[in-house]
Design a protein around this ligand. Structure first.
Ligand SMILES: C[S@@+](CC[C@H](N)C(=O)[O-])C[C@H]1O[C@@H](n2cnc3c(N)ncnc32)[C@H](O)[C@@H]1O
Length: 226
């Protein structure tokens, strides 16, 4: 796979303070999958939102095919964590396409930058996508793939991410893909997210549950801003 950079000016600016008060981890220490991920969950339960990284089965279902992404087009990943979905994107994305991962936690951001040296990562909040892409001179995305734990995110963060999505996907056939754990699917905050998305997007598809993930999860696809 050829070199793939997200372009832009500063590959790792400091995170923008989040108006909702969502906290980024203050320490920067080396982190490994599994055990390290669980440690990050204990420190930041609402923003990490999971005790284990996603399985390759969920990651493959979430990413889908990327063959249609054309030269120079951009795929954005929200909340890559330790990178299970990033690894699938790295395998599937055409070499001349662009990629940017937006990750809130410095430990995960540093790990990603070490693990995927041909990809670009931004330390900050997905809610700031418009400003982040503008600062880096990047186009609107051709696909957004999200690992954000919407069911555990505060309403203000859900709102800012949805506003950013509406901006990013306007006048485009681009789709947004995310997942929700089956056990949390009926939670008030998970329903709130889907309710807001239904108001803003015309097309919705649910895939799964993907059982070969701990815990099982649905993949959700949205397209067509109203
Ligand atoms: C449930 S974990 C998923 C990690 C990885 N995608 C996976 O599937 O294993 C959620 C990830 O979203 C990140 N995150 C939470 N809020 C975020 C935000 N506002 N902007 C960017 N990343 C965020 C967390 O730090 C964490 O890496």
């Amino acid at each position: 796979m050829g070199s793939r950079q997200g372009g832009g000016l500063d590959p790792s600016p400091e995170p923008t303070p989040d108006p909702s008060g969502q906290q980024a981890a203050p320490k920067r220490r080396p982190l490994r999958d599994g055990f390290g991920f669980f440690g990050s969950f204990l420190k930041n339960p609402t923003s990490v939102g999971a005790v284990l990284p996603s399985s390759r089965f969920l990651s493959r279902a979430l990413v889908g095919t990327l063959d249609h992404i054309k030269e120079g087009e951009l795929v954005v990943e929200y909340g890559p964590g330790t990178g299970p979905m990033t690894a699938v994107i790295n395998e599937r994305l055409p070499a001349n396409a662009q990629y940017l991962g937006i990750e809130l936690q410095p430990e995960f951001h540093d790990l990603l930058a070490t693990r995927f040296t041909n990809m670009s990562f931004h330390l900050g909040s997905a809610g700031d996508v418009k400003q982040i892409l503008a600062d880096r001179g990047l186009p609107r995305p051709a696909r957004i793939i999200s690992g954000l734990p919407f069911a555990s995110l505060p309403p203000a963060v859900q709102d800012s991410v949805i506003d950013g999505l509406v901006w990013a996907l306007q006048d485009s056939e681009c789709d947004f893909r995310t997942f929700q754990y089956a056990h949390a699917y009926g939670m008030k905050s998970a329903r709130r997210f889907r309710g807001l998305m239904a108001e803003r997007f015309q097309n919705f598809e649910r895939i799964g549950p993907i059982m070969r993930n701990v815990p099982p999860a649905f993949v959700l696809r949205y397209r067509g801003v109203r």
